[in-house]
Ligand binder design. Sequence first.
Ligand code: URA
Length: 263
Amino acid sequence: MNRALRKEYLHAIGIETWVKRETIAAPIQLRAGAVSAPADPVPPANLAPPTNPAPADLVPPAARVSAAGAASAAERERGVDWPQLEARVAACMRCPLHATRTQTVFGVGSRQAQWLIVGEAPGAEEDARGEPFVGRAGQLLNSMLRAVGLAREQVYIANVLKCRPPGNRDPAASEAAECLPYLEQQIALLRPKILLAVGRIAAQNLLRTDSPLGRLRLKAHRFGHSQVPLIATYHPAYLLRTPADKRKAWEDLKFAREVCARV
Ligand code: URA
């Protein structure tokens, strides 16, 4: 990507000056075994190949779930194809959110996508239109993706929850547990090279952790049996409220791009 274009994209996400990381901060030190955040533009030579055994704290969440209930929930949608899955989601009444939704919000984008973007849940506009990230947060998400050279149409976008929680409240644990098997099957069908979890709720649900987002960023987590790398970053709605953190989101996106290039 040429400099002028990059500058234009960075301007779109609210970053006016682009300074190479090594001039503004030392490389971030991560725990042993975690993938360190490489200083741009040095390639991430220390990226562990996906086939490497994951360190204890990077063990895929599914491997840690031993409760029979959780295991059978994960099995629920396994093996269904895209049209079947879409139909199951559209007819879903597994949690009380079906009573208040206008419609389900399945996901959108290329089914050949290398990047899967996972948000939290539909908001009011998404509930009305049936498509994820179509409001102001969605516009910022599009700009963030453009900043790393990705058009919205090139990626796949979905949420942890397929239905809007009333008043945009946080998803209940039970709602997420009922809905996650749909996302897991979307991941199985899509087989993305990378998952980008946008926001604390998405990251915590996918990684089954309550660690704060700040501790989850800039690490290449692994998700599920496929061990697909998962990178966590800020939610665009949060960035609209806290523009000072757009720079950190930009670091996350560059890191994700570098991880993706190594897969
Ligand atoms: N926020 C999300 O997390 N997902 C959407 O689809 C819209 C807003």
